[in-house]
Design a binder for this molecule. Sequence first.
Ligand code: KIV
Length: 281
Amino acid sequence: MKKITTETIRRKKNSDEPITMLTAYDYPTAMILDEAGIDILLVGDSVGMVVLGYEDTTQVTMEDMLHHVKAVTRGSKRSLIVADLPFLSYHLGVHEAVKNAGRLIQEGKANAVKLEGGIEVVDQTKAMVNAGIPVMGHLGLTPQSINQLGGYYIQGKSEEKAKKLIEDAKALEEAGVFAIVLECIPTELAELITKNVNVPTIGIGAGANCDGQVLVTHDILNLYSNKSPKFVKEYANIQEIITEATKNYIEDVKSKTFPSSEHVFHIDESVMNLIIYGGNN
Ligand code: KIV
C-alpha cells in the first residue's frame, strides 16, 4: 500500500489515468473510502451543510475544519488528504492564509489544502506553496461566494466569464497549485481548461473531460438531501437503509424481541444466590 502524494496526482494527468476524489468528514468514512481505493479524500467545507446542518459554507470555521480533518487523517492510511480552507481563513492577507493552511497541515495532519478563487488568491497561493504547503485550486461555482453568486448556478457560460475562468486557471497554475477543482461549468469549457493547463483538473458538474472527478459522498449515498444537483449520480440510498433499520429497531424494542438471548450477559447462579439470599443460604 503506497501513500498517494501530490506527485502521484500530477503523474496521473500525464498518463491519462483518471483521478478519483470524494469528500470525507469522519473517521469511519475515511477508513472505508481509503480502503476502497479512492485517490483523494477531500475534507470539504461542505461538512458545514451535509454534517453540521449549516445553511451554507460561509458559516464553517477553522475549528470546525480542524475537528473533522483530524478525524479523517486518523482514519486514512493511503489516500491524499486535502483540507478546505474555510471562508475568511485566507482572505485577510497572506500571513493569515499561511498560518491557517499551516494549522490544517500541522494540527490536522492534512497533506494539502484547497482554497476557492482565481487571480484574487494568487498571492496567498504563492505564499503557501513557498511555505511548503501543497495547494489545490477551486474555480467555477465557488460556494463560499454564494452571497455574491446569488445561488448555486452553472458558471462561465458567457464569453467574458469563460475567458476569466481560463485566465484564473492559468494564474493558479503559475502560482504553483498541484490541481484545480472545476465546479459546475460547461463541459466544453472544462475540456478547454484541462487541455490548457499542465496541472490536473478535477471536475464536479464539469463533464467527463477533466483529469478526475469529485463528488460529495453524502450526495452519492443519498445521505443528506433527496434533491441532489443534476451532476450527481446516486450509487446507494443510505437514507432508506438507515430509515428501515431504525424502524426495525423501534419495532423490536417495543415488541421486546430485542435484546434476545444472544445479546445478553449472564452471571453465575451461585453469585446471584449470594446477592439475593446473602451468605445464609
Ligand atoms: O466542500 C466541498 O465538498 C467541495 C467540493 C464540492 C469540491 O469543495
